[in-house]
Design a protein around this ligand. Structure first.
Ligand SMILES: [Zn+2]
Length: 338
C-alpha cells in the first residue's frame, strides 16, 4: 500500500538520501501542482483571494479570505463525529493522487490541498495515533531543522485547531510568511519577561495584549527539549484537559541561531463569535496560523466585516487567562533555574 503512494521522483530521492527534506518537499509540491486537481484548485483559490491587515503598534495581524478552508474551520472534532468519519490522514483513505515523502521511520510529508501558506504541507504519523505533542516534541525539533531551508513547522493541539485530533500530524509551510516570525525580537523586548537566560538558551513569557505565549530560544536540541518539558509540566498542573494542555506551537529553525519555539497557550477552542447567529456570527476558528498573524476567514462576509476590535476580542477570549499565565511564568522560571 505504502509503495503506491510514495513520490517516485529521482531528483527528490537524491535529496532525501542526503536528508535534504526541504528540497524534496519543494519538488513534491511542484509535481503535485501539475496534475492533482484538488491541489491545483486549492492554490488557485488561495492566490486569487483578498487579504487585509490590522496594525497594532509594532506588530500586525492579517486577515485572509480563503473559502477552501471552510471544511477545516467548521470541522466537527467531537468524539462521535470523529468516529463516524473516515480519517483523511490514514494512508488507505487519502486520495490516490496525493503522493508522499517518507520522513524518517514514522512520518510522511504530503501536500495540504487547502493551503493557507504559499507552500503548505501536512506531516502525519504513518499510524492512526492521537494528536498528542509530549512524546513527539523531539520529532518536531528534528523535522523543523530538516525542513528549515524553506519551511517552518507548526502543531495544533487536539482541542484547539487540529481538524484530525485522532491522527497525529504536524504542518509545515513557507518561512517568513507568518508576521510573528519577524516580530519576535520586538515582541520580546516590548512585552517579554525573561524566565531563563543563558548563553545560547533563553526562555521568555510574552503577553502582547492579544496573545500569551512562551518563547524558547536555543541552539542545542537538548536545551530546547528541557525547556519544553518544564513548560509542559507546569502548564499541565493548571490545565482542565485530560489529554494535554491546550496549545498551538510554531517551530522556527535557523542554522546560526538554532530553534525558536512559540508556545501559544489557550483557554478555549472557538470564540463566542463563532457560535452566534446571523449578522453577529464570525466564522474564525483560531489555530497556529491565526495566532501567528494570518487569520483565516472562509466566508467573504466575515472577511469584509471583521474589525480590529473583533480580532482583539477573539484573541483575548481564546488565549490563556492572566492569572494562569502568571502562574506558568513563575513556576517555569523556578524550574528552569533550580
Ligand atoms: Zn488516521
Amino acid at each position: 500500500m505504502l509503495q503506491k503512494i510514495l513520490f517516485n521522483d529521482k531528483e527528490a530521492k537524491n535529496h532525501i538520501e542526503n536528508d535534504e527534506y526541504a528540497d524534496a518537499a519543494k519538488i513534491l509540491l511542484r509535481h503535485q501542482r501539475l496534475d492533482w486537481k484538488m491541489l491545483v484548485d486549492g492554490y488557485e483559490s488561495l492566490g486569487t483571494q483578498k487579504s487585509k491587515q490590522f496594525d497594532f503598534n509594532g506588530f500586525k495581524i492579517k486577515v485572509q479570505f480563503n473559502p477552501g478552508r471552510i471544511y477545516s474551520t467548521v470541522a466537527k472534532v467531537d468524539a462521535e463525529s470523529i468516529n463516524n468519519r473516515k480519517c483523511f490522514l490514514c494512508t488507505e483513505n487519502r486520495p490516490e493522487e496525493q503522493k508522499a515523502i517518507q520522513y524518517k521511520k514514522n512520518n510522511v510529508i504530503i501536500c495540504n490541498p487547502f493551503p493557507i501558506l504559499p507552500e503548505h504541507f501536512t506531516i502525519p504519523h504513518i499510524n492512526h495515533i492521537p494528536q498528542l505533542i509530549k512524546a513527539a516534541f523531539g520529532t518536531m525539533l528534528t523535522l523543523s531543522k530538516d525542513l528549515s531551508r524553506y519551511y517552518n513547522v507548526f502543531y495544533n493541539g487536539p482541542k484547539c485547531g487540529a481538524s484530525a485530533p485522532d491522527h497525529f500530524h504536524f504542518q509545515s509551510g513557507t518561512k517568513n510568511f507568518f508576521p510573528i516570525e519577524n516580530e519576535l525580537g520586538f515582541l520580546k523586548n516590548e512585552f517579554g519577561t525573561t524566565l531563563a537566560e543563558e548563553t545560547g538558551f533563553n526562555v521568555t513569557g510574552i503577553d502582547d495584549g492579544l496573545r500569551k505565549f512562551i518563547l524558547i530560544e536555543g541552539k542545542k536540541e537538548s536545551d530546547v527539549q528541557f525547556g519544553f518539558d518544564k513548560f509542559y509540566r507546569v502548564y499541565k498542573m493548571i490545565s482542565k484537559e485530560n489529554e494535554e494542555p491546550m496549545m498551538n506551537i510554531v517551530s522556527i529553525y535557523k542554522e546560526k541561531k538554532g530553534w525558536r519555539i512559540i508556545l501559544f497557550m489557550r483557554s478555549k477552542h472557538r470564540p463566542s463569535f463563532y457560535f452566534k447567529e446571523g449578522d453577529e456570527k464570525i466564522l474564525l476558528s483560531p489555530a497556529s496560523a491565526d495566532l501567528s498573524g494570518i487569520c483565516v476567514t472562509p466566508r467573504e462576509e466575515d472577511f469584509e466585516k471583521i474589525t480590529q476590535d473583533d480580532i482583539v476580542h477573539i484573541f483575548r477570549e481564546v488565549s490563556l487567562g492572566k492569572e494562569e499565565f502568571e502562574f506558568i511564568k513563575s513556576g517555569l522560571e523556578r524550574r528552569l533555574n533550580e
